[in-house]
Design a protein around this ligand. Sequence first.
Ligand code: ASP
Length: 310
Amino acid sequence: MFPVVVVHGGSGDIPKERSRQSTEGVCSAARAGYAVLRGGGSSMDAVVEVVSQLENNPAFNAGCGSVLNVKGEVEMDAIVMDGKTLGSGAVSAVCHIANPIQLARLVMDKTSHACLTSEGASLFARSMGVPEVPPESLITEYSRMRWRKNLAPGSNPVECQMGKMGTVGAVAVDGEGNMACATSTGGMLNKMEGRVGDTPCIGSGGYADNQLGAVSTTGHGEAIMKVTLARLILFYMEQGQSVEAASDSGLAYMKSRVGGLGGVVSVDPRGHWAARFSSLQMAWAAAQKDTVHYGLHTGEHFTQSIDDPL
Ligand code: ASP
């Protein structure tokens, strides 16, 4: 079994001028996660490192760079899950935190709860000494521009979701065979205040079980929740499908049953992995056996050595 980390940077339709940033972002995050695994770190350490790095990258819809709700504010959701214990931690609708994924991990490690929301999550963050950041520091010019465009009279909501992609997530298997997943998002563009998507919901935004595998999802949250996409894919794997076939089956079911599009990264206990999507694009990268694999469009699969410069 070779340790592996697989990363996504959100499913959707990415404008050309942002595709390079997305690909470079996921490759660099996959390398960071792989370095954690190579250094003997756990799969949980690796996925939290990957997602923290992408939350700090304004090109993605998570942490700094999150999309805005209808009021023009950031409200973020995140989840982690540990495949060894089935422990999980999540936060929803948080707005003063630079790295919601780290707060989600604290919920898992330091409380007996699975999810804390909004003000309660902020109170918990304060009690854990997590620094608060001004919410404006998470807002980029790009997200403000798209929010404005979407509010304009006569705006086309479909077109305005263009470039919406950017939710981030990762799955990993470490040298001990332990698996973990992590997912973080600013949610859907111009969502209602208080809207909580699939990301912090266990079995929807992610799931990890050492006996089955691990999955992190992205896509239309309301559709993902209807089919509990992450757990559905693991169910198909439990029934004997390969990690790739199960990922495709889950996405196909979501499309045919509820008309939802999305993408996933998945691993099985033997370190086989997949990055699959039904949307137009999904930036993804995987690192295993000192090789980085990556792609953006359907059918794309490039590789580089871990020793090559980015
Ligand atoms: N699943 C996220 C949500 O609905 C959005 C995304 O993955 O693009 O909040």
